[in-house]
Design a protein around this ligand. Sequence first.
Ligand code: SAM
Ligand code: SF4
Length: 344
Amino acid sequence: MPTTVLPLGTLSDTHGRVARDLRVSLTDRCNLRCSYCMPAEGLPWLPTPDVLTDEEVARLIGVAVGLLGVRKLRFTGGEPLLRHGLADIIAASAGLRTDEGTAPELSLTTNGVGLDKHVHRLVESGLDRVNISLDSLDRQRYAALARRDRLPDVLRGLAAAEAVGLRPIKVNTVVMRGVNEADVVPLAAFCLDRGYGLRFIEHMPLGPEHTWDRSTMVPSAEILAALRTRFVLTPAEQRGSAPAEEWLVAASDDHPAGRIGVIASVTAPFCAACDRTRLTADGQLRTCLFSRTETDLRTPLRDGASDTELARLWLGAHRGKAAGHGIDRPGFRQPARTMSSIGG
Ligand code: SAM
Ligand code: SF4
């Protein structure tokens, strides 16, 4: 029987924001090598003893939900389906109760490879939603971008998520100049036809160092212009703390009505409304994707800190959360970890 514990406080910062959404990276490893995220040869993976055990991850999630007012959990990585304990961690999280007395909302961000084999068990364990990354419907372009010929596996994963009744299914697409701009319209048509939510994401400087520059990023304005060549878009309601600016797509003879989002993390950052906190697979707390500092929760956890002591460390770190990522400021330096190791 889940118990409701009164929170110790909420993860508020000096800029008036409260973090309710915890992103948990379960591994830094991946079976793809998307060029915007990882080098072709992979990365020096975290040593196994540094990676939190399933019990340690579940305990820190319990602190966040039970003591710190976190209401949503998203499991990510690296590729979270590679984590053997994923279903057990989801089941432990589903047994928690938020400060509102409900179970936390549980979602997964995955590249979709192998999802067809796992999705039943994940849903039985309590998974509510899934976001699947898909950057091209062209097998050759997909293979070139992900450096692995796995498009058929991803499409099987999407179909399996739909068949098991996960709703809404969301698709994430990073658009890169000269690489997959031609996929914007076909991906939108594919998702509208199937009732999937689609979000285009601006390429951020979080991949291998020195591989990002503004000229290779396709800004949201260009993505929208490409969409308007085929679809009629009107702005949806205000986005609140959601990062995507949403557009309603009018139905036509060849596609149903739907919604498409654009996450303009670089050209129109949503930092002022950010409600996220992040835990890496090796137990480091990050207040922002772009943080250059982290708070070590693993060492105190392993040294016997109580839940309240861990919660106080988390609260203290969040109070100092930066106002914004500053990509546009002179002197911006990308964090030492890539997206795959932070957890996207
Ligand atoms: N492996 C899973 C996947 O690909 O969905 C989860 C982890 S991945 C790091 C999470 C999301 O981050 C994916 O949608 C991916 O496309 C996105 N991503 C990775 N590197 C990025 C970058 N440099 N800029 C923008 N988005 C990025
Ligand atoms: Fe792996 Fe996801 Fe990074 Fe692609 S974006 S390399 S699937 S972690």
